[in-house]
Design a protein around this ligand. Sequence first.
Ligand SMILES: Cc1cc2nc3c(=O)[nH]c(=O)nc-3n(C[C@H](O)[C@H](O)[C@H](O)COP(=O)(O)OP(=O)(O)OC[C@H]3O[C@@H](n4cnc5c(N)ncnc54)[C@H](O)[C@@H]3O)c2cc1C
Length: 347
Amino acid sequence: MKSNNITYDVIIIGAGPAGLTAAKVLANNQKKVLVLEKNSVLGDKVCAGGLTVKDLKEFNIPKFLIEKEFKYINLYIDNRLTKLKLEKPWIWTCSRRELGKWHLAEAEKQGAEIQLNSRVIKIQKNSVLVNNREKLSFKYLIGADGSNSMVRRFLALRIKKTLMGMQYLVPKGKFNNLEIFFDLEKFGPTYAWIFPHKEFDSVGVCANPNFIKSNQLKKNFDGWCKKFDINTSNCKFQAAPINYDYQGVEFNNIFLIGDAAGLASGLTGEGIHPAMVSGIEVARKIVDPDYNFKQLKELIKVKRLEEKALTSYKINKIITKIGFNLGSLLLKRKRVRRKLIKFLTNK
Ligand SMILES: Cc1cc2nc3c(=O)[nH]c(=O)nc-3n(C[C@H](O)[C@H](O)[C@H](O)COP(=O)(O)OP(=O)(O)OC[C@H]3O[C@@H](n4cnc5c(N)ncnc54)[C@H](O)[C@@H]3O)c2cc1C
């Protein structure tokens, strides 16, 4: 077994948005940082590639990464359509591969070292074993290795809360607007979507296995595609869990960020923004041990509220159904639509 006798200040497992954002901040603060990524290409992650205004504002994501910008959202609640005209852009789609390339370049520019084709197969007290032949030592370890995190397993933190996300990559056709579909019977309190991209459309759904088992969700989803005349017969199908079971980010000299930390939203499945926020926050903490995780605390507050909404669905499905129907009726009013759009676009 090879050992290079270097002790890195920080080793990060996983070069997704969380890992590369952390690497950029750490390298910028003169930390010797190494990112280990099992894949040869970045960004090949099951994802609809949706970004909102807060991603672009807070992380200076350049406009050239945007594949589609949307002027309308078609919102369906139990088949009733509300067309929301956005006064300013709020949501975009991007290619995860291109986003990965950009994150990589940003981290390398600051001096971070990124090693592709490097699967971590074992974690020890202050070292990791890569591809069964190389032992690398660290002062701090960051687990940015996604929803099936081996770092989280090493810390013996079980995952009790997940969403199941699935999507078909449908060749470009009839969809230009972003479409969101709520259907409590088929998907529970989460939703199905059509996210148009440049070369294909992501037609997907995410749902909570506590409310709808994954095999039933797949059946409901396929039935729903048929109903909307979306031919999925020759389309690539992908599915992956989304961990939203947050139990902390700091465990002595080991940290968790992004999906590994369970920071994705349990209501919407949105995970790119929390991945980048936690990447920055944990990097700040390593640079300055007195740092108080200000931004992360804000994120957790919103997450807890979302989970309260999920609990109320679990407790009373009938009340949730009434709430959805009421919401759909209220959205018929121009003033309510305007307020909703203002709330979204000012976020
Ligand atoms: C169907 C679906 C649709 C989604 N759509 C959206 C969306 O539109 N918008 C949004 O914001 N979020 C979306 N998400 C969630 C989003 O994809 C994740 O929250 C986000 O990618 C999390 O980033 P991350 O950096 O924490 O982890 P990841 O992006 O999963 O990156 C983890 C990295 O770690 C690497 N890795 C894992 N194990 C090892 C190992 N042992 N050694 C080395 N490397 C390793 C992986 O190869 C990977 O590159 C979606 C999820 C699903 C399932």
